[in-house]
Ligand binder design. Sequence first.
Ligand SMILES: *Cc1c(COP(=O)(O)O)cnc(C)c1O
Length: 341
Amino acid sequence: MFNINQITRKNIKELTPYSSAREEFQGSAQVFLDANENPYETAVNRYPDPQQRELKMVFSKIKGLDENQIFIGNGSDEIIDLLFRAFCEPQEDKAFVFPPTYGMYEVSAQINNVEIIKIPLNTDFQLPPLEEIEKDIKSGGLLFICSPNNPTGNAFPLEEVKRIADRFYGLVVLDEAYIDFAVSESGISILETTPNLVLLQTMSKAYGLAGLRVGMAFAHPEVIGVLNKIKPPYNVNSLSQTKVVDALIEKRKVAKQISEIKTERLRLIRVLEQMNMVKTVFPSESNFVLVEFEQADLVMESLRNQGIIIRDKSKEIKDALRLTIGTPEQNQLLIKALKNI
Ligand SMILES: *Cc1c(COP(=O)(O)O)cnc(C)c1O
């Protein structure tokens, strides 16, 4: 059974959190002289709302969750680090990943002195069957599943995520950075029945707000409570909070962009599949495609010489390069440059 006290680090359980001025007094007043701010108005002379209430209200409506199931971080990368600090006892608990996957899980584990256990995906980039990994995931800690997965592009069935979570003693972190480009359903639907599941989403990819640094975690209120206790008091700045609220209210533009990116993804895949120098185009539910080339290093270098930068993934996956889907014009330039090669 899920018990927050059994998975939270002892020092965190015992911690008295910092109490900020905006935490101690909430509401309206005529004069605020409690936070040593400069009193002259600049639109940002006051500290931001530490609990990002307006933002959570909007997310709560869009995602169909209670506000106490939502945590906002300075990008999902901050949330990944906070999860380690709260729920992994260094040199005791472990972090499980399914490579090839997003590199931050391992880096964050190393920073927090937590051992990382790598269980490779199958050759077709699917999760190994539960029976195979069950013996390996005995210890507590964090288990990361990135779906759709970066850099492979495919998503994993929710039922498998659920089955793994039901057998895992620690928290399962389902990173859905690319969910807006996917056909697959979000894990929000299994959150209620899976108390040890933490979903990560971000404003950095589909919403086009990478520069604002805003990421979200959706989880059991007790998990969110622990994250709130240890986060830097003002981790999301006021400009980012306002901009994200605006972007969520004005959703139509983003919806159109997402739909265009998906159309372009299909077009690019079709063109790539016709090329002799391409060995495999892997299926994608994200805004990038992983492509296996005959000579990846040559393609990489030639594109760079033609002013186009893509991501070299050949160290993790032989001869594989990751191409982000651009605008129709940018993709046309990419296709032209590939044809030159
Ligand atoms: C890009 C990406 C993120 C982004 O994180 P932010 O810190 O919110 O920008 C998270 N997870 C994965 C798998 C990503 O590819």
